[in-house]
Design a protein around this ligand. Structure first.
Ligand SMILES: Cc1ncc(COP(=O)(O)O)c(C=O)c1O
Length: 326
């Protein structure tokens, strides 16, 4: 990348645009972010194939379409258009390394909160060099937040709406100020939900378990991938169910999972050190398998990897590392 701060191009409303030339009018900020929805997607570089594989792009674009439908955006940016745009953008930025891709859909126009049909849908997509932490020894210490996770009665946690992340920010900043690395959140019923930007899994007595989709969590694509790897490749006993706070404290192992979080071991929860150490054996096994699958060094689940078509291109390999907030 010629410029360490940003890639050469982004995509905005059906066009590749040079980064410096991408503009929206100041007044478009008005209520645009309240209704905006987005995706966080990773592309993993495979040096042997000289190719970037976008992980589960179809699932992310299906979720983006669901998020857009829920906030009553029109269907002027269907998944096939965004899929072609994501691949074209990564090719245009011509970067030989891992990337984090973010399509964001926002509305402009409309005279009131309730105006439907008057608003115009806009989409921009960024793809920035972002290294993966898979394979590194790292872990986080978590603390339960006093902020409860948003739920279906007020805000829809199952979709990726920008406004939901105010709840995440409140929890994460409280946890950091209390001396933890990040948060875990309970729902209004006091059951475990997820982290501020990731889902969570626990292992106890050989069983892998995670809050179910009705606990108040995002319909996470990584969570779905982990469940499939655990069931289909490792033959583990797996449960999706409500999870009590004390089960988290008594777990042998725990880890966050998400596109940004990948698989991040949890070392302690509210200062309860997890018994199997970090990473525990199941977390390590899942992390190793996940790494091979996302990067394409493990050829199973080929439908999970979309090649963007970098073969034969002149690529830049600048080490501009972007931190993905989660
Ligand atoms: C609140 C929240 N939960 C869970 C996740 C994990 O979802 P996914 O695996 O689809 O990235 C994310 C990340 O996007 C998130 O923001």
């Amino acid at each position: 990348m010629s410029n360490a701060e940003h890639p050469p191009y982004l995509w905005h409303n059906h066009q590749l645009v040079r980064w410096e030339d991408a503009t929206a009018h100041l007044t478009d900020h008005w209520w645009a972010s309240v209704g905006a929805v987005f995706e966080g997607i990773r592309g993993y570089w495979n040096g042997t194939d000289a190719e970037t594989y976008v992980f589960r792009l179809d699932a992310h674009l299906e979720r983006l379409a669901s998020s857009m439908r829920l906030v009553r955006m029109d269907d002027s940016f269907p998944p096939d258009v965004i899929q072609a745009a994501v691949c074209a953008l990564i090719r245009a930025n011509a970067y030989a390394g891992d990337v984090y891709i973010m399509p964001l859909a926002y509305s402009t126009g409309g005279r009131s909160f309730g105006s439907v049909g008057e608003r115009v849908t806009n989409v921009f997509i960024t793809s920035r060099p972002t290294t993966s932490a898979l394979g590194e020894e790292h872990s986080l210490r978590a603390g339960f937040s006093s902020w409860r996770r948003i739920d279906e009665s007020s805000m829809p946690p199952r979709v990726k709406a920008v406004a939901n992340y105010r709840n995440s920010q409140l929890a994460a900043s409280e946890a950091v100020l209390a001396g933890h690395d990040t948060a875990l959140m309970l729902n209004a019923q006091g059951k475990v939900t997820e982290g501020p930007g990731s889902c969570v899994f626990f292992v106890r007595g050989g069983t892998l378990f995670t809050p179910d989709l009705s606990s108040g969590i995002l319909e996470s694509i990584t969570r779905d991938s982990v469940l499939r790897i655990a069931r289909e490749l490792l033959g583990l006993r797996v449960e999706e169910r409500t999870v009590d706070r004390t089960e988290a404290y008594l777990a042998d192992e725990a880890f966050y999972c998400g596109t940004a979080a990948e698989i991040t071991p949890i070392a302690a929860i509210d200062h309860h050190e997890l018994r199997a150490g970090v990473p525990g054996p199941v977390t390590r096994q899942l992390g190793d398998l996940y790494h091979g699958l996302v990067r394409g060094t493990d050829s199973r689940f080929p439908e999970w990897r979309v090649p963007v078509g970098l073969a034969g291109q002149q690529l830049q390999s600048a080490q501009a590392v972007t931190h993905v907030p989660w």
